[in-house]
Structures are given as structure tokens and as C-alpha cells.
Design a protein around this ligand. Structure first.
Ligand SMILES: Cc1ncc(COP(=O)(O)O)c(C=O)c1O
Length: 420
């Protein structure tokens, strides 16, 4: 591919202006926005202001003047993005904790059989949380559906299982390894028809694909905000609970912030009405405040435009991979059809770990390139349309070609470190 072609694409890109809203470390290309999004410049200013003025000067008074409203303000923005009502989203805790809370609430509600199902494409924490609940409720083990590969779910198999085993199903809308994108509405309807409910983990979907929770008839969803939403390391998760089921579900962590009157310090716990009952303890104000710049940028760019650019960029990358990298021993581990793919592209190679290390190290002639590695041998390249440029994709493919042709990857150890 000619560099001028990709440069032209960047020049014509209507979203190119959003790059300037982020901090970019020098001489490196970032393809890990699907793990941790970049720092929005505005988040830096916001945190500085809060730390200096609101915490430093205002101290306890800042709860009334600024802080108590922050969770709801952010929730309303996530609601706008996800096609929900603002009274259906709450912000706080991690995705793992939220999943525990909501699955516990569903299992205690009596609305569905206490049968937990997931599939092999789901993220490990979701499986661990479910297995923990199996112990708490003393029920039979989770049903873990597997498929013929780790790339795509066999929707027919999944539907057949649901039809025969009613209960509570947890799926990741976009799979963390392959980016497989599930047909959300079809599965929600199928589950409802078979007295079941799907809890959707949107961690790899929010900010990457257009999700309309109402249109897809979703009842429960949750997810991380530190990936495509650029909320910052460990930024609080979001939880969506459809209005129709809120009053039937109770938070197993009965903390004062989920009380109807938290500041009356009553002796008895009375759950708040609506979504507020899913709060537990004091919100993490600094992390929540840092999240706002990220969601604002996604809303300003528009999720449809972001998705459009993500598809164009992923298709270009896949085309170059097919032409240049398949002959060098790489395999594509993401669905080829964009309709079934989120916003990252996964490749595999028997020497994936070493290839990742060679990318991360850079060289005299090439920038450092940051992807990530997932066992057994997947390399994921996150496309983040708010800041990924077309020319980055060409540099990536050319660098991989050089690393393979010069066998530079063989200089790197096969020993794995903790975070990649
Ligand atoms: C699909 C999915 N769910 C959950 C998590 C973990 O979320 P948390 O660390 O907020 O519990 C991740 C983290 O990458 C993820 O990819």
C-alpha cells in the first residue's frame, strides 16, 4: 500500500480533529485502546481543578457543591450513548463487582431459574464471578458453552442450549479475544421467549460499536469505561438495569449510599427507589470526574461515525494483513465480516509473544508499537477511531513484515511478564 493513499485517507477523515484532544507519547503508535484508552487532555485539567480547589480548598463542603451530583451527571451521558433512560444507569465499582451484584440480585429474585450459563468467548472475570455465586447459592456448576474455535460463537448452538436450559446467561457483546460481535436483539428475544435473561458485558463494545439498549430489548448490561471510553485506569464501571425490573432486584451489598435516605442515618436499611439502590459506598469522585472528558468526546464524535471509521480502518488492516502477513505465517483470529466484529483485530502466530516484544521495543528505524497479547498466541490490535490514523495501520503492517523478514523477534525472550 502506498503511503500517499493512507495519508489522503487521514486528510479526508472527518474525525481526525479528535486526535488533538488526547495526549500522545512521542515516537510510538498505540493499538491498545481496547485495553486502556489514551488520556484526554481535558481529564488532566479536570483532575487538577478538583484536587486543587474542590479537595484542597473546599474539603467536605465540596460534597454539596460539586461531588454528590457527579455520578448522576456521568450516568446521564452513558444513558445518552447507550439508548437508555438516565434513571436506568448507575456508575461505580468495577465490572466484576457489578456483575456479582446484579447476578446475585437476579438469582435472589425468583424471576428466573437459578441456572448460570456463559460461553468460552467470555472474559475470565465473568466466569470467576459466576463460579463464586455457584458456591454462595449452592447450585449446580455454571454451564460453559464451547464452540469449534475461539473466534466465533455458534449462535445456533447457543440458542439451542438456551431453549433447553432456562436461566441467567452472561455474554460479552464483543468478545475480548477475537472481537466477535453477538446479535444482541435476536438473543435477547430468544432468551425472553425461553424464560431466561441475558446479562450483557459491554466492556469491549461501549464506545466501539453502536448499542441501543432499548431497541435491542436489553434488560441488564454493564461494562468497563477505561477502554474505548478513555475513562482512565480502573475508572468505575457502568450498570444498566431496565426500569421494568429495577424494583424486583435488590443489591446484595446494602450500603448507605443505596439507602433511600443515606444522610438520615436511619437504623434500618430501606433500599432507594429505582437505580439508586445499586449504589453501595461512597463514590470514587476523582476517578468519576476523570471519566467525563472521555464520554464527552465519544458523544461529540457520535457513535455511528466512530463505528463507520472503525469498520473502514479494520477492513483496511485486514486487507493488508491478508496480502502481506498471511504469507509470513500469521492467522486472522477475528471475524472477517464487519457485521460480526467489534473494533479490534486479532492475529495469531506461533511466536506471538516474541513478535509483541519486538513491536514494543521499536528499533532505530521503527517507532515503538503497542498492541497486546492474549494467551495462547493472540496479538490484539485495537482500532480507536478517536485517535487511530490510517497511516498508523500501514506502519504497523510494514513493521510486522520487517520483524518477520529480519527474524528480529528471535532476539526476544519467550518468558511472559504480567501486563502486556
Ligand atoms: C469483557 C470484560 N469484562 C470485565 C473486565 C474486567 O473489568 P473490571 O476490571 O472492571 O472488573 C474486562 C477487562 O478487561 C473485560 O474485558
Amino acid at each position: 500500500m502506498d503511503i500517499n493513499i493512507v495519508k489522503q485517507k487521514d486528510e479526508k477523515d472527518p474525525l481526525s480533529k479528535f486526535r488533538a484532544h488526547f495526549h500522545h507519547p512521542k515516537n510510538e503508535l498505540y493499538f491498545d485502546g481496547n485495553s486502556l484508552g489514551k488520556l484526554p487532555l481535558k481529564a488532566q485539567q479536570t483532575l487538577h481543578e478538583i484536587i486543587q480547589n474542590q479537595w484542597g480548598e473546599g474539603l467536605i463542603r465540596s460534597w454539596n457543591t460539586h461531588w454528590l451530583d457527579i455520578p448522576k451527571k456521568i450516568a446521564a451521558k452513558y444513558a445518552q450513548l447507550l439508548g437508555a433512560e438516565k434513571e436506568e444507569i448507575c456508575i461505580g465499582e468495577s465490572t466484576s463487582v457489578r456483575l456479582y451484584q446484579i447476578l446475585h440480585a437476579l438469582m435472589s429474585s425468583g424471576l428466573f431459574p437459578k441456572q448460570l450459563t456463559t460461553d468460552i468467548l467470555n472474559f475470565p472475570t465473568d466466569l470467576y464471578v459466576m463460579e463464586g455465586l455457584v458456591k454462595v447459592f449452592k447450585i449446580s456448576p455454571i454451564s460453559l458453552i464451547s464452540y469449534s474455535n475461539e473466534v466465533e460463537a455458534d449462535i445456533k448452538k447457543l440458542k439451542k442450549f438456551i431453549a433447553n436450559h432456562s436461566g441467567i446467561i452472561c455474554l460479552s457483546l464483543v468478545s475480548y479475544k477475537s472481537a466477535f460481535l453477538y446479535p444482541m436483539q435476536l438473543l435477547n428475544r430468544w432468551a425472553a421467549k425461553h424464560s431466561s435473561i441475558i446479562v450483557w458485558d459491554l466492556s469491549h463494545a461501549v464506545g466501539a460499536v453502536a448499542v441501543d439498549l432499548k431497541e435491542t430489548e436489553t434488560k441488564i448490561a454493564l461494562g468497563c469505561t477505561y477502554k474505548y471510553m478513555n475513562g482512565g485506569p480502573g475508572s468505575p464501571a457502568f450498570l444498566y438495569v431496565n426500569k421494568g425490573v429495577q424494583s424486583k432486584l435488590f443489591n446484595p451489598i446494602q450500603g448507605w449510599f443505596g439507602h433511600q435516605l443515606p444522610f438520615d442515618f436511619e437504623r434500618e436499611y430501606t433500599p432507594a427507589q429505582g437505580i439508586d439502590r445499586f449504589a453501595s459506598g461512597t463514590p470514587s469522585i476523582l476517578s468519576m470526574a476523570a471519566m467525563e472528558a472521555g464520554v464527552d468526546l465519544v458523544l461529540e464524535a457520535g457513535i455511528e461515525s466512530l463505528r463507520h471509521k472503525s469498520i473502514l480502518q479494520s477492513e483496511l488492516l485486514l486487507k493488508m494483513v491478508q496480502a502481506e502477513l498471511i504469507p509470513l505465517g500469521f492467522l486472522i483470529e477475528s471475524p472477517i465480516e464487519s457485521e460480526y466484529r467489534g473494533s479490534h483485530v486479532s492475529l495469531s502466530h506461533p511466536a506471538s509473544w516474541q513478535i509483541c516484544q519486538a513491536l514494543l521495543a521499536g528499533s532505530k528505524l521503527q517507532p515503538k508499537i503497542i498492541p497486546d497479547f492474549r494467551p495462547p498466541n493472540f496479538i490484539r490490535f485495537g482500532i480507536t477511531p478517536l485517535y487511530t490514523q490510517y497511516k498508523d495501520l500501514l506502519v504497523l503492517v510494514n513493521t510486522l513484515k520487517t520483524i518477520m523478514n529480519t527474524e528480529r523477534y528471535l532476539n526476544f525472550s519467550t518468558e511472559k511478564t504480567t501486563v502486556t
